[in-house]
Design a protein around this ligand. Structure first.
Ligand SMILES: NC(=O)c1ccc[n+]([C@@H]2O[C@H](COP(=O)([O-])OP(=O)(O)OC[C@H]3O[C@@H](n4cnc5c(N)ncnc54)[C@H](OP(=O)(O)O)[C@@H]3O)[C@@H](O)[C@H]2O)c1
Length: 129
């Protein structure tokens, strides 16, 4: 099941998105128990940024792989871990990001995500003109 690293921290200005990712993780955990004896593998994949439409990253770089590179890495984890960031690059990034003090993480998230949210609102308003 596809979730997101947004499930691991309450994300300002992404309230619905972040909350739905927590829901997916919870649902996956329940389904994994229900299907434990069937041989069906239920894995939760929680990426950071991958260069797709949703992330709006057009270029790839170390922490933002292409969908193909990400999928290749994530597939290798099936049957090994039940919940994963999907690739080593995201595992490293998550360790760095979620390892910083909570107040600093919230401060940075608010600053970055508020600016992003305002940019997107402006783009939508411009489109509707
Ligand atoms: N890319 C990232 O950085 C990233 C990070 C964390 C988690 N994720 C998760 O990964 C999953 C896949 O995202 P992606 O990166 O592959 O994004 P994507 O390339 O933008 O693909 C999103 C897909 O969802 C479909 N979709 C969007 N709204 C829909 C709706 N209301 N009903 C039905 N289908 C809808 C789109 O269909 P159309 O093509 O027809 O619009 C598209 O096929 C998402 O659940 C996302 O939360 C992605």
């Amino acid at each position: 099941m596809f979730s997101s690293s947004a499930a691991y921290a309450p994300m300002p200005y992404l309230s619905i998105y972040s909350s739905t990712r927590v829901y997916i993780n919870h649902l996956s955990n329940i389904l994994r128990k229900e299907y434990a004896d069937t041989g069906i593998i239920i894995q939760t994949v929680c990426p950071l940024n991958v260069a797709t439409n949703i992330s709006k990253y057009k270029e790839t770089f170390f922490f933002t792989p292409s969908p193909k590179k990400y999928a290749k890495a994530a597939i290798k984890t099936i049957g090994i871990v039940s919940e994963t960031m999907g690739c080593l690059e995201h595992q490293i990034q998550a360790t760095l990001l979620f390892g910083i003090p909570q107040f600093l993480l919230i401060f940075l998230q608010k600053k970055i995500l508020k600016a992003q949210s305002e940019r997107e609102k402006k783009e939508l308003l411009n489109k509707s003109d």
